[in-house]
Design a protein around this ligand. Structure first.
Ligand code: C2E
Ligand code: MG
Ligand code: MG
Length: 536
């Protein structure tokens, strides 16, 4: 694969060449001066003219010498540059003896060319050594170096003859897999490498356990140019690190992370730019169709992407911690809106607000809720906070204390998405809950879906015995609504009634009766008097 040596001219030593050129110049220039002077003296009699011609001749001589000098320097400079490049291309990483950066570029270029010619895939695997810096700090640089040398030795021990091994950066190794190597094969090679590198290293009397992450990119799917491929593999490693996994690959990953990056970037400042809105989805009495409350659901109106679903951006807000600020804003906005809602049936209706894990973990959260509610003028009993099941299970003791604080502040608590996490009946009994919101997954298709029907019946019955009211999520058909009422789940929400709608529309629903006509058994799904603006 690699060319060695250069077919070329016979090599002379630089000293011999320089001496030969100087001698040649000395002879030629000396002869020229002697002969030209002699000829001139013979041909010209006038001494004044002779002096002038000699000056001219001297000028001509200097010009020729300058031109010669120019070309000499130019040619030798070019030679130097070429030699430097060749040396760089041939360069190896001094520590490990693997290919260095320049050589990697060169070999990658050749393999990509080969892939292109043969129309077969090839792969780039980037290996990232986790915490090399820690090893250096804890045991000294020489230990770190010894570790890297051992890693290189293990890589050389791979029994494959289609690999190029390189170490282009301090804690990065790159393995090129020559064509043909498709994605499956690349994953196999990467897994083999990871397994080989994973066993502890015996360095300077220490047993070091280090971890590698691998990122894979495949030509031509993940990139058609060398640099693009390398970048894709680097992105995959980054993704692996972020996910806490040891292997990541695929252009989809890269693309996802690019999209994510765009979202994350534009999320910053979205609140300040006023791009968030709070929509409300009616919560309906399944016995008579009255609107009993509204669930506040966050919407993000992105200037280019349009309406982005909370499922996409709430996890990002949680990761960056921004959810605290945004969650606070939702709470303020929802309570302020709800305080101004008309009383459709002579009494005020409730408002439910979703609360994130991070908000609930904040010790000042309950004080904050109290303050927001009192500022909005909403009667405290009208607010319900929805916490998700998975969140409640993660830190039971803290959750319990916080929920009790919320309850003692007079605010209601609902467990959201019941049935989707690791439902623990013990917690269900112990936690101070007012409502249990049963996930859409269990509502779908009842009563025809016998399994769901049985589960629903059981959950509703159990909740009633524990003194908790159930709310069904995601009701889409009249059959589901009817069946829910029949088994005693008297509250529900879903597209059958209305999606989440902008605050103006929700206000309008309340001021025009605040009631949906319940469909007759066997009737069609959609209600006649619902024409809400869809939330997409
Ligand atoms: P969730 O609290 O379980 O909200 C119900 C979700 O189901 C909403 O999705 C709603 O639009 C959707 N939905 C309602 N009825 C139907 C139906 O009949 N069929 C179907 N297929 N879906 C229905 P959305 O608005 O996309 O919200 C998704 C999740 O995002 C929410 O689930 C909630 O966990 C979270 N979320 C929304 N707003 C906030 C917020 O302000 N703060 C926090 N922390 N989380 C929020
Ligand atoms: Mg909810
Ligand atoms: Mg839910």
């Amino acid at each position: 694969m690699e060319k060695t040596g250069q077919p070329g001219r016979k090599a002379y030593s630089p000293l011999a060449r320089a001496a030969a050129i100087a001698l040649l110049y000395f002879v030629v220039a000396g002869l020229w001066i002697a002969f030209s002077d002699m000829l001139l003296a013979r041909a010209v009699d006038d001494p004044e003219l002779l002096t002038r011609l000699q000056t001219l001749k001297g000028g001509f001589f200097v010009l020729v010498t300058a031109i010669l000098l120019f070309f000499l320097v130019l040619v030798s400079g070019r030679h130097l540059l070429k030699a430097h490049r060749e040396a760089m291309q041939a360069s190896r990483d001094a520590l490990t003896g693997l290919a260095g950066w320049y050589r990697l570029q060169d070999l990658l270029g050749r393999l990509v060319g080969q892939s292109r010619e043969q129309s077969t895939p090839m792969a780039v695997i980037v290996l990232d050594l986790d915490r090399l810096r820690r090893v250096n700090e804890a045991f000294g640089i020489s230990t770190g170096d010894a570790l890297l040398m051992q890693v290189a030795d293990r890589l050389r021990g791979l029994r494959r003859n289609n690999l190029v091994l390189a170490r282009p950066g301090s804690d990065h190794f790159v393995v090129l897999v020559a064509p043909p190597c498709d994605r499956d094969e690349a994953v196999k090679v990467a897994s083999e490498i990871l397994a080989l590198l994973e066993a502890p290293y015996q360095v300077a009397g220490e047993s070091l356990e280090v971890h590698f992450r691998a990122g894979i990119a495949v030509y031509p799917d993940d990139g058609r140019e060398e640099q693009e491929l390398l970048r894709a593999a680097e992105t995959a490693v980054f993704e692996a690190r972020r996910e806490g996994s040891s292997l990541a690959h695929y252009r989809q990953k890269g693309r996802e992370s690019r999209e994510r990056y765009i979202l994350e970037n534009s999320l910053r400042g979205a609140l300040a730019r006023g791009e968030f809105r709070v929509y409300f989805q009616p919560i309906v009495d399944l016995g008579d169709g009255r609107i009993l409350g509204g669930e506040a659901l966050l919407r993000w109106q992105h200037p280019e992407l349009g309406l982005v679903s909370p499922g996409h951006f709430i996890p990002l807000l949680e990761q960056s911690g921004q959810i605290l600020e945004v969650g606070q804003w939702v709470l303020e906005e929802a309570t302020m809106q709800a305080a101004g809602w008309p009383k459709p049936h002579g009494e005020s209706i409730g408002v439910s607000v979703n609360v994130s894990r991070l908000q609930l973990g904040d010790p000042s959260f309950v004080d904050h809720v109290r303050r927001v509610v009192s500022d909005s003028g909403l009667a405290v009993g009208r607010l319900v906070l929805e916490v998700t099941e998975s969140l409640a299970m993660r830190n039971p003791a803290e959750t319990m204390a916080r929920l009790q604080d919320i309850r003692s502040a007079g605010v209601g608590v609902a467990m959201d998405d019941f049935g989707t996490g690791y439902s623990s009946l013990a917690y269900l009994k112990r936690y101070p809950l007012d409502f249990i919101k049963i996930d859409r997954l269990f509502v779908q298709g009842i009563p025809a879906d016998r399994e769901n029907d049985l589960l629903m019946e059981t959950i509703v019955d159990m909740s009633r015995r524990l003194g908790r009211e159930t709310v069904a999520e995601g009701i889409e058909t009249a059959e589901e609504a009817r069946r829910l009422a029949e088994i005693g789940c008297m509250r529900g929400q879903g597209f059958l009634f209305s999606p989440a709608v902008p605050p103006e529309r929700f206000h309008e629903l309340l001021s025009t009766g605040g009631r949906f006509n319940l469909p007759s058994p066997g009737g069609s799904g959609q209600l006649s008097d619902v024409s809400g603006q869809s939330d997409g």
